[in-house]
Design a protein around this ligand. Structure first.
Ligand code: ATP
Ligand code: MG
Ligand code: MG
Length: 552
Protein backbone atom coordinates (compact mmCIF):
# COMPACT_ATOMS: atom_id res chain seq x y z
CA UNK A 1 0.00 0.00 0.00
CA UNK A 2 2.24 2.76 -1.27
CA UNK A 3 2.13 6.41 -0.21
CA UNK A 4 0.88 5.61 3.22
CA UNK A 5 3.39 6.66 5.80
CA UNK A 6 0.88 6.04 8.59
CA UNK A 7 0.82 2.36 7.69
CA UNK A 8 2.22 0.98 10.94
CA UNK A 9 2.55 -2.54 9.54
CA UNK A 10 4.79 -1.32 6.76
CA UNK A 11 6.95 0.43 9.32
CA UNK A 12 7.37 -2.81 11.26
CA UNK A 13 8.47 -4.54 8.06
CA UNK A 14 10.96 -1.83 7.20
CA UNK A 15 12.48 -2.19 10.64
CA UNK A 16 12.58 -5.98 10.48
CA UNK A 17 14.48 -5.81 7.22
CA UNK A 18 16.83 -3.13 8.49
CA UNK A 19 17.70 -4.98 11.69
CA UNK A 20 18.17 -8.20 9.75
CA UNK A 21 15.40 -9.99 11.65
CA UNK A 22 14.12 -11.07 8.25
CA UNK A 23 15.75 -11.19 4.84
CA UNK A 24 12.48 -11.28 3.01
CA UNK A 25 8.83 -10.46 3.73
CA UNK A 26 6.39 -13.36 3.50
CA UNK A 27 2.68 -12.83 4.09
CA UNK A 28 -0.39 -14.92 3.48
CA UNK A 29 -4.06 -14.39 2.82
CA UNK A 30 -5.82 -17.16 4.80
CA UNK A 31 -9.54 -17.41 4.03
CA UNK A 32 -11.67 -20.19 5.39
CA UNK A 33 -13.53 -21.64 2.37
CA UNK A 34 -16.92 -21.36 4.06
CA UNK A 35 -18.39 -18.66 1.86
CA UNK A 36 -17.61 -16.13 -0.86
CA UNK A 37 -15.21 -13.30 -0.19
CA UNK A 38 -16.59 -9.87 0.67
CA UNK A 39 -15.06 -6.44 0.40
CA UNK A 40 -13.68 -6.76 3.95
CA UNK A 41 -11.57 -9.63 2.65
CA UNK A 42 -10.46 -7.37 -0.21
CA UNK A 43 -8.89 -5.17 2.43
CA UNK A 44 -6.99 -8.10 3.88
CA UNK A 45 -5.92 -9.20 0.37
CA UNK A 46 -4.72 -5.75 -0.58
CA UNK A 47 -2.80 -5.32 2.69
CA UNK A 48 -1.14 -8.75 2.52
CA UNK A 49 -0.31 -8.81 -1.18
CA UNK A 50 0.33 -5.07 -1.35
CA UNK A 51 2.84 -5.02 1.51
CA UNK A 52 4.72 -8.06 0.23
CA UNK A 53 4.85 -6.42 -3.21
CA UNK A 54 6.27 -3.25 -1.69
CA UNK A 55 9.26 -5.28 -0.48
CA UNK A 56 9.41 -7.72 -3.38
CA UNK A 57 8.34 -10.41 -0.96
CA UNK A 58 5.91 -13.29 -1.28
CA UNK A 59 2.29 -13.94 -0.46
CA UNK A 60 0.65 -17.34 -0.23
CA UNK A 61 -3.01 -17.96 -0.76
CA UNK A 62 -3.78 -20.41 2.01
CA UNK A 63 -7.11 -22.01 2.58
CA UNK A 64 -7.66 -22.25 6.29
CA UNK A 65 -9.73 -25.39 5.90
CA UNK A 66 -9.72 -26.94 9.34
CA UNK A 67 -13.49 -27.11 9.83
CA UNK A 68 -14.95 -29.78 7.51
CA UNK A 69 -18.55 -29.01 8.44
CA UNK A 70 -18.75 -25.64 6.73
CA UNK A 71 -16.29 -25.84 3.89
CA UNK A 72 -16.83 -26.54 0.23
CA UNK A 73 -15.00 -26.75 -3.10
CA UNK A 74 -17.37 -24.15 -4.58
CA UNK A 75 -15.98 -21.63 -2.09
CA UNK A 76 -12.39 -22.60 -2.85
CA UNK A 77 -12.97 -21.95 -6.56
CA UNK A 78 -14.74 -18.65 -6.05
CA UNK A 79 -12.03 -17.36 -3.70
CA UNK A 80 -9.29 -18.12 -6.22
CA UNK A 81 -11.23 -16.35 -8.95
CA UNK A 82 -11.85 -13.29 -6.77
CA UNK A 83 -8.22 -12.90 -5.67
CA UNK A 84 -7.08 -13.05 -9.31
CA UNK A 85 -9.78 -10.65 -10.42
CA UNK A 86 -8.62 -8.14 -7.81
CA UNK A 87 -5.29 -8.24 -9.58
CA UNK A 88 -3.11 -10.40 -7.35
CA UNK A 89 -1.03 -13.49 -7.97
CA UNK A 90 -0.16 -15.75 -5.09
CA UNK A 91 3.24 -17.23 -4.73
CA UNK A 92 2.03 -20.60 -3.53
CA UNK A 93 -1.39 -22.10 -3.15
CA UNK A 94 -1.63 -23.91 0.17
CA UNK A 95 -4.25 -25.81 2.13
CA UNK A 96 -4.04 -25.96 5.92
CA UNK A 97 -5.46 -29.47 5.64
CA UNK A 98 -2.24 -30.55 3.92
CA UNK A 99 -0.54 -29.96 7.27
CA UNK A 100 -2.84 -32.17 9.37
CA UNK A 101 -0.16 -34.83 9.87
CA UNK A 102 2.40 -32.27 10.94
CA UNK A 103 -0.09 -30.57 13.26
CA UNK A 104 -0.90 -33.93 14.80
CA UNK A 105 2.77 -34.58 15.42
CA UNK A 106 3.19 -31.17 17.06
CA UNK A 107 0.24 -31.93 19.33
CA UNK A 108 1.90 -35.22 20.28
CA UNK A 109 5.05 -33.25 21.06
CA UNK A 110 3.04 -31.02 23.41
CA UNK A 111 1.65 -34.09 25.17
CA UNK A 112 5.14 -35.53 25.55
CA UNK A 113 6.29 -32.28 27.12
CA UNK A 114 3.38 -32.39 29.56
CA UNK A 115 1.82 -29.37 27.80
CA UNK A 116 -1.41 -30.92 26.59
CA UNK A 117 -4.03 -33.33 27.91
CA UNK A 118 -7.13 -35.15 26.79
CA UNK A 119 -10.21 -33.77 28.53
CA UNK A 120 -13.62 -35.39 28.86
CA UNK A 121 -15.60 -32.47 30.21
CA UNK A 122 -18.49 -31.41 28.00
CA UNK A 123 -18.24 -28.18 26.03
CA UNK A 124 -20.48 -26.51 28.57
CA UNK A 125 -18.47 -27.72 31.54
CA UNK A 126 -15.29 -26.49 29.91
CA UNK A 127 -16.86 -23.07 29.58
CA UNK A 128 -18.01 -23.09 33.23
CA UNK A 129 -14.64 -24.25 34.51
CA UNK A 130 -12.91 -21.54 32.51
CA UNK A 131 -14.10 -18.84 34.92
CA UNK A 132 -14.55 -15.17 34.05
CA UNK A 133 -12.47 -12.04 33.81
CA UNK A 134 -12.89 -11.49 37.56
CA UNK A 135 -12.79 -15.12 38.64
CA UNK A 136 -9.97 -17.60 38.06
CA UNK A 137 -10.72 -20.87 36.31
CA UNK A 138 -10.94 -24.31 37.86
CA UNK A 139 -8.83 -27.31 36.87
CA UNK A 140 -10.53 -30.08 34.98
CA UNK A 141 -10.45 -33.41 36.86
CA UNK A 142 -8.62 -34.81 33.80
CA UNK A 143 -5.92 -32.16 33.82
CA UNK A 144 -3.33 -34.30 35.54
CA UNK A 145 -3.48 -37.44 33.47
CA UNK A 146 -0.14 -39.09 32.83
CA UNK A 147 1.69 -38.48 29.59
CA UNK A 148 1.23 -42.15 28.64
CA UNK A 149 -2.49 -42.01 29.21
CA UNK A 150 -2.76 -38.80 27.15
CA UNK A 151 -0.71 -40.26 24.29
CA UNK A 152 -2.87 -43.36 24.25
CA UNK A 153 -6.16 -41.44 24.34
CA UNK A 154 -5.09 -38.95 21.70
CA UNK A 155 -4.07 -41.75 19.35
CA UNK A 156 -7.39 -43.44 19.95
CA UNK A 157 -9.17 -40.14 19.22
CA UNK A 158 -7.41 -40.15 15.89
CA UNK A 159 -8.33 -43.78 15.29
CA UNK A 160 -12.02 -42.97 15.56
CA UNK A 161 -12.77 -44.71 18.84
CA UNK A 162 -14.69 -41.76 20.30
CA UNK A 163 -17.83 -39.90 19.40
CA UNK A 164 -18.10 -36.26 18.45
CA UNK A 165 -17.89 -34.07 21.53
CA UNK A 166 -16.81 -36.86 23.87
CA UNK A 167 -13.16 -35.85 24.11
CA UNK A 168 -10.92 -32.91 23.29
CA UNK A 169 -7.24 -32.19 23.50
CA UNK A 170 -6.42 -29.08 25.53
CA UNK A 171 -3.21 -27.11 25.85
CA UNK A 172 -2.05 -27.09 29.47
CA UNK A 173 -1.20 -23.46 30.12
CA UNK A 174 -2.65 -21.52 33.05
CA UNK A 175 -6.18 -21.74 34.45
CA UNK A 176 -5.60 -18.52 36.41
CA UNK A 177 -4.32 -16.43 33.51
CA UNK A 178 -5.93 -12.99 33.23
CA UNK A 179 -6.25 -13.78 29.52
CA UNK A 180 -9.12 -16.27 29.13
CA UNK A 181 -7.61 -17.58 25.90
CA UNK A 182 -4.70 -18.94 27.92
CA UNK A 183 -6.88 -21.00 30.28
CA UNK A 184 -6.17 -24.36 28.70
CA UNK A 185 -7.70 -23.73 25.27
CA UNK A 186 -9.08 -26.65 23.30
CA UNK A 187 -6.70 -27.46 20.44
CA UNK A 188 -8.25 -30.62 18.93
CA UNK A 189 -11.79 -31.93 18.74
CA UNK A 190 -13.45 -35.06 17.41
CA UNK A 191 -15.56 -34.54 14.29
CA UNK A 192 -16.59 -37.50 12.19
CA UNK A 193 -17.10 -35.67 8.92
CA UNK A 194 -15.99 -35.77 5.31
CA UNK A 195 -13.45 -33.08 4.58
CA UNK A 196 -13.44 -31.44 1.12
CA UNK A 197 -9.70 -32.11 0.77
CA UNK A 198 -8.79 -35.04 3.04
CA UNK A 199 -12.04 -36.98 2.73
CA UNK A 200 -12.47 -39.43 5.62
CA UNK A 201 -8.81 -39.64 6.54
CA UNK A 202 -9.28 -37.65 9.73
CA UNK A 203 -11.92 -37.63 12.44
CA UNK A 204 -10.10 -35.18 14.69
CA UNK A 205 -9.51 -31.60 13.61
CA UNK A 206 -7.27 -28.86 15.05
CA UNK A 207 -8.87 -25.68 16.37
CA UNK A 208 -8.11 -22.38 14.68
CA UNK A 209 -6.03 -21.02 17.57
CA UNK A 210 -3.70 -24.00 17.39
CA UNK A 211 -3.70 -24.52 13.63
CA UNK A 212 -3.18 -20.97 12.47
CA UNK A 213 0.20 -20.25 14.10
CA UNK A 214 1.48 -23.63 12.92
CA UNK A 215 0.34 -22.94 9.36
CA UNK A 216 2.12 -19.60 9.41
CA UNK A 217 5.30 -21.10 10.84
CA UNK A 218 5.31 -24.02 8.38
CA UNK A 219 5.14 -21.54 5.49
CA UNK A 220 7.82 -19.27 7.00
CA UNK A 221 5.38 -16.39 7.09
CA UNK A 222 7.16 -13.43 8.63
CA UNK A 223 4.18 -11.19 9.38
CA UNK A 224 0.83 -12.79 10.09
CA UNK A 225 -1.64 -10.00 9.55
CA UNK A 226 -5.13 -10.39 10.98
CA UNK A 227 -7.96 -8.28 12.38
CA UNK A 228 -8.14 -6.85 15.89
CA UNK A 229 -10.55 -9.42 17.30
CA UNK A 230 -7.53 -11.73 17.44
CA UNK A 231 -5.48 -9.36 19.59
CA UNK A 232 -6.26 -11.32 22.78
CA UNK A 233 -5.14 -14.50 21.07
CA UNK A 234 -1.66 -13.22 20.33
CA UNK A 235 -0.13 -14.67 23.56
CA UNK A 236 -1.60 -18.05 22.64
CA UNK A 237 -0.32 -17.71 19.08
CA UNK A 238 3.18 -17.13 20.43
CA UNK A 239 2.82 -19.94 22.96
CA UNK A 240 1.93 -22.43 20.22
CA UNK A 241 4.86 -21.39 18.02
CA UNK A 242 7.23 -21.61 20.98
CA UNK A 243 6.03 -24.79 22.65
CA UNK A 244 5.61 -26.67 19.38
CA UNK A 245 9.25 -25.80 18.72
CA UNK A 246 8.60 -24.29 15.34
CA UNK A 247 11.78 -23.09 13.72
CA UNK A 248 10.22 -20.12 12.05
CA UNK A 249 8.70 -17.48 14.34
CA UNK A 250 5.99 -15.49 12.60
CA UNK A 251 4.73 -12.28 14.20
CA UNK A 252 1.01 -11.67 14.49
CA UNK A 253 -0.04 -8.08 13.76
CA UNK A 254 -3.63 -6.87 13.99
CA UNK A 255 -5.46 -4.09 12.13
CA UNK A 256 -9.05 -2.83 12.38
CA UNK A 257 -11.50 -4.62 10.10
CA UNK A 258 -13.32 -2.81 7.35
CA UNK A 259 -17.00 -2.16 7.88
CA UNK A 260 -19.28 -0.33 5.48
CA UNK A 261 -22.62 1.31 6.22
CA UNK A 262 -25.88 -0.22 4.98
CA UNK A 263 -24.58 -3.72 4.52
CA UNK A 264 -23.43 -6.72 6.54
CA UNK A 265 -19.91 -8.03 6.38
CA UNK A 266 -19.78 -11.56 7.62
CA UNK A 267 -19.90 -14.74 5.61
CA UNK A 268 -22.30 -16.25 8.12
CA UNK A 269 -24.82 -13.45 7.61
CA UNK A 270 -24.30 -13.28 3.86
CA UNK A 271 -24.92 -17.03 3.65
CA UNK A 272 -28.20 -16.50 5.47
CA UNK A 273 -29.28 -13.93 2.90
CA UNK A 274 -28.49 -16.44 0.15
CA UNK A 275 -30.03 -19.49 1.85
CA UNK A 276 -33.22 -17.67 2.81
CA UNK A 277 -33.71 -16.22 -0.66
CA UNK A 278 -33.32 -12.52 0.11
CA UNK A 279 -30.91 -12.34 -2.85
CA UNK A 280 -30.40 -14.44 -5.98
CA UNK A 281 -27.02 -15.84 -4.92
CA UNK A 282 -23.64 -14.91 -3.47
CA UNK A 283 -23.07 -12.80 -6.59
CA UNK A 284 -26.31 -10.84 -6.38
CA UNK A 285 -25.36 -7.24 -7.25
CA UNK A 286 -26.69 -6.07 -3.88
CA UNK A 287 -24.23 -8.23 -1.97
CA UNK A 288 -20.97 -6.75 -0.63
CA UNK A 289 -19.19 -9.83 -1.95
CA UNK A 290 -16.41 -9.44 -4.49
CA UNK A 291 -18.49 -11.45 -6.96
CA UNK A 292 -21.57 -9.31 -6.25
CA UNK A 293 -19.64 -6.09 -6.73
CA UNK A 294 -18.16 -7.50 -9.95
CA UNK A 295 -21.59 -8.39 -11.28
CA UNK A 296 -22.93 -5.00 -10.30
CA UNK A 297 -20.11 -3.50 -12.35
CA UNK A 298 -17.47 -2.43 -9.87
CA UNK A 299 -13.90 -2.58 -11.13
CA UNK A 300 -10.86 -4.03 -9.35
CA UNK A 301 -9.19 -0.62 -9.64
CA UNK A 302 -12.04 1.14 -7.87
CA UNK A 303 -12.04 -1.41 -5.05
CA UNK A 304 -8.27 -1.16 -4.64
CA UNK A 305 -8.31 2.65 -4.55
CA UNK A 306 -11.18 2.63 -2.08
CA UNK A 307 -9.43 0.20 0.25
CA UNK A 308 -6.21 2.19 0.11
CA UNK A 309 -8.11 5.35 0.98
CA UNK A 310 -9.53 3.69 4.10
CA UNK A 311 -5.98 3.27 5.39
CA UNK A 312 -4.51 0.75 7.79
CA UNK A 313 -5.08 1.34 11.47
CA UNK A 314 -6.16 -0.39 14.66
CA UNK A 315 -9.40 1.57 14.65
CA UNK A 316 -12.90 0.33 14.11
CA UNK A 317 -15.54 2.31 12.32
CA UNK A 318 -17.93 1.91 9.46
CA UNK A 319 -16.97 3.62 6.22
CA UNK A 320 -19.75 5.36 4.27
CA UNK A 321 -20.74 3.33 1.22
CA UNK A 322 -20.77 6.63 -0.68
CA UNK A 323 -16.99 6.53 -0.46
CA UNK A 324 -16.86 3.25 -2.34
CA UNK A 325 -19.20 4.69 -4.98
CA UNK A 326 -17.00 7.74 -5.33
CA UNK A 327 -14.09 5.55 -6.42
CA UNK A 328 -16.05 3.65 -9.04
CA UNK A 329 -17.24 6.90 -10.63
CA UNK A 330 -13.67 8.12 -10.69
CA UNK A 331 -12.49 4.89 -12.29
CA UNK A 332 -15.18 4.81 -14.99
CA UNK A 333 -15.56 8.48 -15.83
CA UNK A 334 -13.00 8.63 -18.62
CA UNK A 335 -13.10 4.97 -19.55
CA UNK A 336 -16.63 4.03 -20.47
CA UNK A 337 -18.79 5.11 -23.40
CA UNK A 338 -21.68 7.45 -22.77
CA UNK A 339 -24.95 6.56 -24.35
CA UNK A 340 -28.69 6.99 -24.03
CA UNK A 341 -31.05 4.53 -22.37
CA UNK A 342 -34.76 5.19 -22.03
CA UNK A 343 -36.40 3.81 -18.90
CA UNK A 344 -40.20 3.51 -18.94
CA UNK A 345 -40.62 4.62 -22.55
CA UNK A 346 -43.26 6.95 -24.01
CA UNK A 347 -43.68 7.20 -27.76
CA UNK A 348 -43.24 10.53 -29.48
CA UNK A 349 -44.32 11.06 -33.10
CA UNK A 350 -42.63 13.95 -34.87
CA UNK A 351 -45.44 14.87 -37.21
CA UNK A 352 -43.47 17.15 -39.55
CA UNK A 353 -40.62 14.65 -40.06
CA UNK A 354 -40.78 12.68 -43.36
CA UNK A 355 -42.32 9.21 -42.97
CA UNK A 356 -39.59 7.03 -44.42
CA UNK A 357 -36.57 9.12 -43.64
CA UNK A 358 -33.85 7.89 -41.27
CA UNK A 359 -30.90 10.16 -40.66
CA UNK A 360 -27.73 9.30 -38.82
CA UNK A 361 -26.61 11.77 -36.18
CA UNK A 362 -23.09 12.10 -34.98
CA UNK A 363 -22.41 12.02 -31.23
CA UNK A 364 -19.19 11.95 -29.27
CA UNK A 365 -18.70 8.79 -27.23
CA UNK A 366 -17.25 10.54 -24.22
CA UNK A 367 -17.03 14.36 -24.19
CA UNK A 368 -14.45 14.17 -21.39
CA UNK A 369 -12.29 11.80 -23.41
CA UNK A 370 -12.50 12.75 -27.07
CA UNK A 371 -10.03 10.05 -28.06
CA UNK A 372 -12.90 7.62 -27.73
CA UNK A 373 -14.29 9.02 -30.98
CA UNK A 374 -17.89 9.27 -32.03
CA UNK A 375 -20.89 7.09 -32.74
CA UNK A 376 -23.85 7.24 -35.10
CA UNK A 377 -27.39 7.41 -33.79
CA UNK A 378 -30.40 6.97 -36.09
CA UNK A 379 -33.18 9.52 -35.88
CA UNK A 380 -36.59 9.24 -37.50
CA UNK A 381 -40.24 10.15 -37.17
CA UNK A 382 -40.95 8.01 -34.10
CA UNK A 383 -38.82 8.01 -31.00
CA UNK A 384 -39.11 7.06 -27.34
CA UNK A 385 -38.54 9.42 -24.48
CA UNK A 386 -39.05 8.67 -20.78
CA UNK A 387 -42.46 8.91 -19.19
CA UNK A 388 -40.83 11.02 -16.48
CA UNK A 389 -39.72 13.55 -19.08
CA UNK A 390 -43.28 14.51 -19.97
CA UNK A 391 -46.02 16.05 -17.83
CA UNK A 392 -49.40 17.19 -18.97
CA UNK A 393 -49.81 19.62 -16.07
CA UNK A 394 -46.30 20.44 -14.96
CA UNK A 395 -45.44 22.29 -11.76
CA UNK A 396 -43.42 25.50 -11.96
CA UNK A 397 -39.78 24.99 -12.89
CA UNK A 398 -40.47 21.83 -14.83
CA UNK A 399 -38.33 22.33 -17.92
CA UNK A 400 -38.93 19.08 -19.73
CA UNK A 401 -41.67 18.30 -22.19
CA UNK A 402 -45.26 19.54 -21.71
CA UNK A 403 -47.95 20.82 -24.08
CA UNK A 404 -46.74 23.96 -25.81
CA UNK A 405 -43.16 23.63 -24.53
CA UNK A 406 -40.00 23.14 -26.53
CA UNK A 407 -37.01 21.05 -25.40
CA UNK A 408 -33.74 19.89 -26.86
CA UNK A 409 -33.33 16.24 -27.78
CA UNK A 410 -29.77 15.32 -26.85
CA UNK A 411 -27.58 15.09 -29.99
CA UNK A 412 -30.61 15.92 -32.23
CA UNK A 413 -33.16 18.74 -32.61
CA UNK A 414 -35.52 20.95 -30.64
CA UNK A 415 -39.01 19.48 -30.50
CA UNK A 416 -42.23 21.10 -29.38
CA UNK A 417 -45.23 19.25 -27.93
CA UNK A 418 -48.50 19.91 -29.71
CA UNK A 419 -50.80 17.01 -28.90
CA UNK A 420 -51.32 14.37 -26.27
CA UNK A 421 -52.91 11.03 -27.15
CA UNK A 422 -54.59 9.06 -24.35
CA UNK A 423 -56.15 5.63 -24.00
CA UNK A 424 -59.70 5.03 -22.71
CA UNK A 425 -58.47 5.31 -19.10
CA UNK A 426 -56.95 8.71 -19.68
CA UNK A 427 -53.39 7.44 -19.63
CA UNK A 428 -50.99 9.26 -21.94
CA UNK A 429 -49.81 6.78 -24.57
CA UNK A 430 -48.31 8.97 -27.25
CA UNK A 431 -47.21 12.52 -27.80
CA UNK A 432 -47.23 14.46 -31.04
CA UNK A 433 -44.50 16.97 -31.57
CA UNK A 434 -42.95 19.01 -34.35
CA UNK A 435 -39.24 19.49 -34.80
CA UNK A 436 -37.30 22.47 -36.13
CA UNK A 437 -34.68 21.39 -38.71
CA UNK A 438 -32.72 24.62 -38.02
CA UNK A 439 -31.88 23.51 -34.50
CA UNK A 440 -29.81 20.47 -35.33
CA UNK A 441 -27.17 19.71 -32.73
CA UNK A 442 -23.73 20.84 -33.83
CA UNK A 443 -25.12 23.23 -36.46
CA UNK A 444 -24.29 26.29 -34.40
CA UNK A 445 -27.94 27.36 -34.10
CA UNK A 446 -28.33 30.28 -31.69
CA UNK A 447 -31.76 31.60 -32.65
CA UNK A 448 -33.43 30.75 -29.35
CA UNK A 449 -32.73 28.83 -26.18
CA UNK A 450 -34.57 26.06 -24.40
CA UNK A 451 -34.25 25.14 -20.74
CA UNK A 452 -34.56 21.38 -20.92
CA UNK A 453 -32.51 18.67 -22.62
CA UNK A 454 -33.94 15.18 -22.67
CA UNK A 455 -32.66 11.90 -24.06
CA UNK A 456 -34.36 9.54 -26.47
CA UNK A 457 -33.93 6.54 -28.75
CA UNK A 458 -35.19 5.89 -32.25
CA UNK A 459 -38.33 3.74 -31.91
CA UNK A 460 -37.83 1.51 -34.92
CA UNK A 461 -34.24 0.54 -34.23
CA UNK A 462 -33.99 0.72 -30.46
CA UNK A 463 -32.78 -2.35 -28.60
CA UNK A 464 -35.00 -3.67 -25.78
CA UNK A 465 -33.34 -3.51 -22.42
CA UNK A 466 -34.05 -4.10 -18.78
CA UNK A 467 -32.62 -1.80 -16.15
CA UNK A 468 -32.05 -2.96 -12.61
CA UNK A 469 -31.80 -0.18 -10.08
CA UNK A 470 -30.45 -0.93 -6.64
CA UNK A 471 -30.87 0.54 -3.19
CA UNK A 472 -28.95 -0.51 -0.06
CA UNK A 473 -29.56 -4.09 1.04
CA UNK A 474 -29.60 -3.19 4.73
CA UNK A 475 -31.53 -0.17 5.91
CA UNK A 476 -30.14 0.86 9.24
CA UNK A 477 -26.72 2.38 9.07
CA UNK A 478 -26.30 1.74 12.80
CA UNK A 479 -26.88 -1.95 12.32
CA UNK A 480 -23.23 -2.83 12.48
CA UNK A 481 -23.08 -1.46 16.00
CA UNK A 482 -25.88 -3.03 17.99
CA UNK A 483 -29.21 -4.72 17.35
CA UNK A 484 -31.97 -4.81 19.98
CA UNK A 485 -32.31 -8.26 21.44
CA UNK A 486 -35.68 -9.12 19.92
CA UNK A 487 -34.38 -8.45 16.39
CA UNK A 488 -31.86 -9.97 14.00
CA UNK A 489 -30.11 -8.35 11.07
CA UNK A 490 -32.76 -9.89 8.80
CA UNK A 491 -35.25 -7.40 10.27
CA UNK A 492 -33.19 -4.66 8.62
CA UNK A 493 -33.21 -6.08 5.11
CA UNK A 494 -34.54 -3.46 2.67
CA UNK A 495 -37.62 -4.87 0.91
CA UNK A 496 -37.17 -2.32 -1.90
CA UNK A 497 -33.54 -2.91 -2.68
CA UNK A 498 -34.24 -3.86 -6.31
CA UNK A 499 -36.37 -2.04 -8.87
CA UNK A 500 -36.72 -3.54 -12.34
CA UNK A 501 -37.58 -1.18 -15.18
CA UNK A 502 -38.11 -1.93 -18.89
CA UNK A 503 -36.96 0.26 -21.73
CA UNK A 504 -34.66 0.67 -24.71
CA UNK A 505 -31.08 1.54 -25.53
CA UNK A 506 -29.43 2.93 -28.65
CA UNK A 507 -29.34 0.59 -31.67
CA UNK A 508 -25.53 0.59 -31.70
CA UNK A 509 -25.69 -1.37 -28.43
CA UNK A 510 -27.17 -4.53 -29.85
CA UNK A 511 -23.88 -6.43 -29.55
CA UNK A 512 -22.84 -5.55 -26.02
CA UNK A 513 -21.24 -8.27 -23.94
CA UNK A 514 -21.59 -9.30 -20.33
CA UNK A 515 -19.67 -6.94 -18.01
CA UNK A 516 -19.52 -4.14 -20.62
CA UNK A 517 -19.99 -0.80 -18.87
CA UNK A 518 -21.67 2.42 -19.96
CA UNK A 519 -22.73 5.76 -18.64
CA UNK A 520 -26.36 6.39 -19.52
CA UNK A 521 -27.22 10.04 -19.92
CA UNK A 522 -28.63 11.33 -16.59
CA UNK A 523 -28.99 7.83 -15.07
CA UNK A 524 -25.45 6.93 -14.13
CA UNK A 525 -23.15 3.99 -14.73
CA UNK A 526 -24.44 0.56 -15.75
CA UNK A 527 -22.98 -2.91 -16.29
CA UNK A 528 -24.29 -5.64 -18.59
CA UNK A 529 -25.49 -8.40 -16.28
CA UNK A 530 -23.76 -11.70 -17.09
CA UNK A 531 -26.49 -13.87 -15.58
CA UNK A 532 -29.80 -12.51 -16.80
CA UNK A 533 -29.01 -10.97 -20.19
CA UNK A 534 -30.41 -12.94 -23.14
CA UNK A 535 -30.18 -12.59 -26.91
CA UNK A 536 -33.60 -10.90 -26.84
CA UNK A 537 -33.04 -8.53 -23.99
CA UNK A 538 -29.97 -7.03 -22.38
CA UNK A 539 -30.09 -6.52 -18.63
CA UNK A 540 -28.19 -3.55 -17.25
CA UNK A 541 -27.29 -3.30 -13.56
CA UNK A 542 -26.91 0.21 -12.27
CA UNK A 543 -23.48 0.45 -10.70
CA UNK A 544 -23.97 3.92 -9.33
CA UNK A 545 -25.93 7.06 -10.14
CA UNK A 546 -24.21 10.21 -11.36
CA UNK A 547 -24.83 12.36 -8.33
CA UNK A 548 -22.61 12.24 -5.34
CA UNK A 549 -22.71 14.04 -2.05
CA UNK A 550 -19.46 12.39 -1.05
CA UNK A 551 -16.39 14.54 -0.48
CA UNK A 552 -13.01 13.01 0.05
P1 ATP B 1 -16.24 -13.58 8.21
O1 ATP B 1 -16.61 -13.25 9.62
O2 ATP B 1 -16.82 -12.68 7.21
O3 ATP B 1 -16.45 -15.01 7.89
P2 ATP B 1 -13.56 -14.21 8.71
O4 ATP B 1 -12.57 -13.33 9.36
O5 ATP B 1 -14.08 -15.34 9.48
O6 ATP B 1 -14.68 -13.30 8.15
P3 ATP B 1 -11.73 -15.53 7.01
O7 ATP B 1 -12.03 -16.38 5.86
O8 ATP B 1 -11.18 -16.17 8.22
O9 ATP B 1 -13.06 -14.76 7.35
O10 ATP B 1 -10.85 -14.29 6.58
C1 ATP B 1 -9.64 -14.32 5.89
C2 ATP B 1 -8.89 -13.07 6.23
O11 ATP B 1 -9.66 -11.92 5.92
C3 ATP B 1 -8.60 -13.02 7.71
O12 ATP B 1 -7.26 -12.67 7.90
C4 ATP B 1 -9.53 -11.96 8.22
O13 ATP B 1 -9.02 -11.31 9.34
C5 ATP B 1 -9.68 -11.05 7.02
N1 ATP B 1 -10.95 -10.32 7.07
C6 ATP B 1 -12.19 -10.83 7.18
N2 ATP B 1 -13.12 -9.86 7.26
C7 ATP B 1 -12.45 -8.69 7.19
C8 ATP B 1 -12.84 -7.31 7.22
N3 ATP B 1 -14.12 -6.94 7.33
N4 ATP B 1 -11.87 -6.37 7.12
C9 ATP B 1 -10.59 -6.72 7.00
N5 ATP B 1 -10.16 -7.99 6.97
C10 ATP B 1 -11.06 -8.98 7.06
MG1 MG C 1 -11.95 -16.83 10.18
MG1 MG D 1 -15.86 -16.50 9.75
Amino acid sequence: MENNSSNFIKNIMIEDLETGKHKEIITRFPPEPNGYLHIGHAKSIIINFGLADDFEGKTNLRFDDTNPLKEDQEYVDSIKEDVKWLGYEWDELRFASDYFEEMYNRAVLLIKKGKAYVDELSQEEIREYRGTLTEPGKDSPYRNRTIEENLDLFERMRNGEFENGSKVLRAKIDMASPNLNMRDPVIYRVAHAIHHNTGDKWCIYPMYAFAHPLEDAIENVTHSICTTEFEDQRPLYNWVVEECEMESKPQQIEFGRLNITNTVMSKRKLKKLVDEGFVDGWDDPRMPTISGLRRKGFTPGAIREFVKATGVSKGYGAVDEAMLEHFVREDLKLEVPRTMGVLNPLKVVITNYPEDKVEMLDAEINPENLEMGSRQIPFSREIYIEQDDFMEDPPKKYFRLFPGNEVRLKHAYFIKCNDVIKDENGKVVEIHCTYDPETKSGSGFTGRKVKGTIHWVDAKNAVPAEFRLYEPLILDAEMNEEIPEEKTFLDYVNANSLEIVQGFVEPNMKDVKPQDKFQFFRHGYFNVDPKHSTSKKTVFNRIVSLKSSFKL
